[in-house]
Design a binder for this molecule. Structure first.
Ligand SMILES: N[C@@H](CCC(=O)N[C@@H](CS)C(=O)NCC(=O)O)C(=O)O
Length: 249
C-alpha cells in the first residue's frame, strides 16, 4: 500500500490533509510540488489534478483530489482512529461544517494571505507573464485577474474579514454548547481538521484578535489542537507564511 500526497508546505488545503494523515498515523510520501516552477500547472500534474491546485492524494492506483474529499476518503479507507461520527445524523452535521468551511472561511482566508504575503510572489513579474500565469490556472484565472499584482481592495478585504469573524463566532457558539472539546463533541473529526489551518493561518497573519480574549472556547480549541502531535508534524519548520516571507519577524 502506498500513499503519496502532492502538496505545498504552506497551503492550508494541504495542511488539512497532512493533519488527518498524521492523526491516523499513516506513512505517506510527502511529495512537495514546486510552486516556483509552477509544477502544479504543468501537464504531468494536471493529468493528476486537472484543477491545477494542491493537494492531490495518490493511494496505490487511485488519484483523489480536493482536500475535503481526501480527508473523508482517508477516514473511510483507514477507519481507525475514526475521525467521523458513528451515525448518519452525526455525519450529516459534520458534513454541514465541512461545506460551511469550504464556502465561507476557506475562500476568505486567501484574501489577507495574498494581501500580506503571497502577492509578493508576483509583484516583479512583467505584466504579460502575470497575465499568462493567470490564464494558465484552470480554476483560479479570475482570482488572479482580480488580484492583479496589487492585492485585493477594501471591499473584498472587508467581506473576507466578516466571513472569518462569522466563522469564529459560530464555532464559539458550537463549542460552548455542552462544553465540547471538539466541534462534534468528544471526538476530534475531519471537521476540526478542516477548520484548523484557517485559524492557524489567521493567527500567523496576526489576526488572532478575532478570537483571543473574546472567544474562550475557540481559544481553548486552538490551544488543544496545538498540543497534538499531528499538529506538530503537520506544521514542520517552513510551513508557515511568516517563516518564508517575514523570517526576522
Ligand atoms: N478545493 C480545493 C482547493 C485547493 C486550493 O485552492 N489549493 C491552493 C493552495 S491552498 C492551490 O493549489 N493554489 C495554486 C495557485 O494558486 O497557484 C481543495 O480543497 O483541495
Amino acid at each position: 500500500m502506498t500513499l503519496t500526497l502532492y502538496n505545498f508546505p504552506q497551503s492550508t488545503c494541504s495542511q488539512k490533509v497532512r493533519l488527518v494523515l498524521w492523526e491516523k498515523g499513516l506513512a505517506f510520501e510527502d511529495r512537495i510540488v514546486d510552486h516556483k516552477s509552477r509544477e502544479h500547472l504543468k501537464p504531468a500534474y494536471l493529468a493528476l489534478n486537472p484543477n491545477g491546485v494542491v493537494p492531490t492524494l495518490v493511494h496505490d492506483d487511485a488519484v483523489i483530489i480536493d482536500s475535503s474529499v481526501i480527508i473523508e476518503y482517508l477516514d473511510e479507507i483507514f477507519p481507525e482512529p475514526s475521525m467521523s461520527m458513528p451515525d448518519a445524523v452525526g455525519r450529516a452535521h459534520m458534513r454541514k461544517w465541512l461545506r460551511y468551511f469550504e464556502e465561507v472561511p476557506t475562500p476568505a482566508i486567501r484574501v489577507p494571505s495574498f494581501n500580506k504575503y503571497l502577492v509578493k510572489r508576483y509583484e516583479s513579474l512583467p505584466d504579460d507573464e502575470y497575465d499568462q500565469m493567470a490564464e494558465d490556472h484552470p480554476i483560479r484565472k479570475h482570482f488572479y485577474q482580480r488580484l492583479a499584482k496589487r492585492g485585493f481592495g477594501d471591499a473584498e478585504t472587508r467581506e473576507a474579514s466578516e466571513r472569518l469573524q462569522q466563522t469564529v463566532d459560530r464555532v464559539e457558539t458550537a463549542l460552548a454548547a455542552d462544553g465540547r472539546p471538539w466541534l462534534m463533541g468528544d471526538r476530534i473529526t475531519v471537521a476540526d481538521a478542516c477548520l484548523l489551518p484557517t485559524i492557524d493561518r489567521a493567527s500567523d497573519l496576526g489576526l488572532g484578535g478575532m478570537w483571543e480574549k473574546s472567544h474562550p472556547n475557540v481559544t481553548a480549541w486552538y490551544a488543544r489542537y496545538r498540543g497534538r502531535s499531528a499538529y506538530r508534524q503537520t506544521y514542520y519548520s517552513g510551513s508557515r507564511l511568516t517563516e518564508i516571507f517575514d523570517p526576522a519577524g
